[in-house]
Design a protein around this ligand. Sequence first.
Ligand code: KIV
Ligand code: ZN
Length: 509
Amino acid sequence: MERIFIFDTTLRDGEQAPGASMTLDQKLAVARQLEILGVDIIEAGFPVSSPYQFETVQAVAAEIRNATIAALARAVRSDIDKAAESIRKACSGRIHTFIATSPIHMEYKLKKTPDEVLAMAVEAVRYARNLCGEVEFSAEDGTRSDIDFLCRITEKVIEAGARIVNIPDTVGYSTPEEYGALIAAIRNRVPNIDKAVLSVHNHNDLGMGVATSLAGIQNGARQIECTVNGIGERAGNAAMEEIVMAMKVRKDLFPFEMKIDTRQIYKTSRLVANTIAYPLPKNKAVVGENTFLHESGIHQDGVLKHKQTYEIMRPEDVGREVNNIVLGRHSGRNAILTRIQELGIALSPEETELVYNRFLKVADKKKEVYDEDLFSIVNDELGRQNSFYTMDYFNIISGNAPLIPTATVELKYNGESYREAAVGDGPVAAVIRAIDRITGLKTRLTEFNLQAVTPNKNALGEAGVSVLIDGKNYSGRGSSTDILEATAKAYLNAVNNYCIHKNRPEAEC
Ligand code: KIV
Ligand code: ZN
């Protein structure tokens, strides 16, 4: 059976989504989970774009052993040098170089003729091949490029040593039929195409990212570039979980092998959603909360009689086992730790202690603790490790006029405690202002969301924020049975992420 290669670009294209930037530790955690999931290639970043990007690609390349690590580079030597340097420690590394090939990009953005672009692409691939055994070339805005030119550049970059040629639908403009025909045309017209793997990379501006990617596969492409939960620029990229499950469920149409362990999909999705504080829509395909719920009587009746009447995939196929054991205050330590292990969550002994103690506090307030609560507790506790600021105490007074919402917060920083109080239009504004008074930072809350982790009265509340500090957005998350505490924790988490970013020694580059 032929193989499809899954190229995950959550850490590069995905991170380009507004408010989705991750710290180095967060990126490493996602990379480790992508390795467990079984993706073939992890695009870890765009090293020339900042010392921080360089450092993260380097860290991922040094640690991940079971996936190829790709680094992005424009078709210029300085970018390629940085990319090559960043993946030096990878077991298997790849330089991914790109240049735009559409008339609109060449004329207005690059201000170059097609012949100049062709020469740059060939020179870049040749140069990269001298530094790295595996080179991928992307024709940016490929779907709006002239087909003759696209075929010519594909032939020439393969001649120069590219082993993977990617045809991005950069602006999510193409339809499945049209994109499939484009991939078929390249396969039929480029004489040396058998020397390279054709790759698809589809954005989702018109909601067709997954469909166009799959059409590419049906017409001969063998690598798919995608992101977890479909995060990415504007409307995002094709969603990994949807692509993988579409190919698994419709094996009749996609008779290919993949290295992915689909049972890791849900956990990966949760990890990414929590890390960047992007809540998933309830009806998100494959990983949304409602995916396996049946509301109408007819559907429930059908599912009870035969599951496949209304279920085309099993929850356990994507790692969403139906768990009959509900944990609570009286569950023993062993039952809790076993469930954490069953969920595929790996913790060090110290982390286990933190999570266990937190579980006890949550179980005291909340009668039943579900798997979703456990994920949230783990993310919350791990997110607070290596923190600069920790919250010792908070108190909020709120109500309707004439009362003025007031918050008092005590934070610990470098072993010292600091206490401040502030008022605000509402309790959230008040608590943020009190924290800002202690940190002295100038911040702007650009995104704020709050959701119940499980659908019951005692639910754990999960807050996600994006905070603009020094011109860059930092995300944060926090959970608690008290939504104001969850909010304060999420905000502090974003502040800590900023501190981690600011205090990181500059990479030598
Ligand atoms: O969308 C795009 O064209 C890209 C390339 C850099 C591969 O992300
Ligand atoms: Zn892209």
